[in-house]
Design a binder for this molecule. Structure first.
Ligand code: URA
Length: 236
């Protein structure tokens, strides 16, 4: 191997490591995008990975609110950049902060089961939070923390362009739909966020404390599945 080949190998390894740290577990080829609609071509996979790589750099260096002082890891997101479905939670908890991955604690195990019950694998959806850093003692995010962190979520959704967003709990639902309505008014209906169908459901941590609500959450997830099945099957 000559020095140029070694340099390329090193750069490729670094890029793959960067993608792993983004939580990227599946990347479609650009050839697939080339055959898609002009809209899908607009954000090609290369474009997506580049934009998300830039985003992860920004998030891991972010000092927009004081939460960076107590973080072990910023938690950007996890899953496929080609996902048709994005789940949005509230903020990382203790386990998530330690591992740098969203929904890996008890609530995360339930979320994984919910995804599997829909006939999907965790790796084929994308999971992220409104806040990228853990609030102390898992307290509810403050309005100023949400305001500082929201542009990162907007950018993630713009890059991934899912067909459906499922918000988990009041914080995520209000962050994307506006603070005026209560979760009980918003749940049970399909909303729209920038042209994308949005289905609010209960946060898995709430479902762990209130198992009877699982029945309602399941009806929300069935709605999500129906929306996914109604749309075009291959997303660029
Ligand atoms: N709760 C959340 O809202 N997000 C996580 O990542 C974990 C628990």
């Amino acid at each position: 191997m000559n020095p140029e080949q070694r340099r390329l190998l090193r750069a490729t390894r670094q890029h793959v490591e960067g993608l792993r740290s983004l939580g990227v577990s599946a990347v479609a080829s650009d050839d697939a995008d080339a055959n898609d609609s002009p809209q899908a071509v607009k954000v090609s996979m290369t474009n997506r990975t580049d934009r998300l790589t830039r985003l992860v750099n920004e998030i891991t260096k972010c000092h927009r609110c004081p939460l960076y002082r107590s973080r072990t890891h910023a938690v950007v997101g996890d899953g496929s950049l080609n996902a048709s479905l994005v789940f949005v939670g509230e903020a990382p908890g203790r386990e998530e902060d330690l591992q740098g991955k969203p929904f890996v604690g008890a609530a995360g195990q339930l979320l994984t089961k919910m995804i599997q019950a829909m006939g999907l694998r965790r790796e084929e959806v994308y999971i992220c939070n409104v806040l990228k850093d853990r609030p102390p003692a898992n307290r509810t995010p403050l309005p100023e923390e949400i305001e500082a962190c929201l542009p990162f979520l907007y950018e993630q959704l713009e890059v991934i362009q899912p067909r459906v967003i499922c918000t988990l709990g009041a914080v995520a639902t209000k962050a994307l739909l506006g603070p005026s309505s209560s979760i009980s008014q918003l749940r049970g209906q399909v909303h729209t966020y920038r042209g994308i169908s949005l289905v609010p459901t209960f946060h898995p941590a709430f479902l762990l404390r209130n198992p009877p609500a699982k029945k309602l959450a399941w009806s929300d997830l069935k709605k999500v599945k129906q929306l996914l099945e109604e749309g075009p099957q291959d997303k660029g």
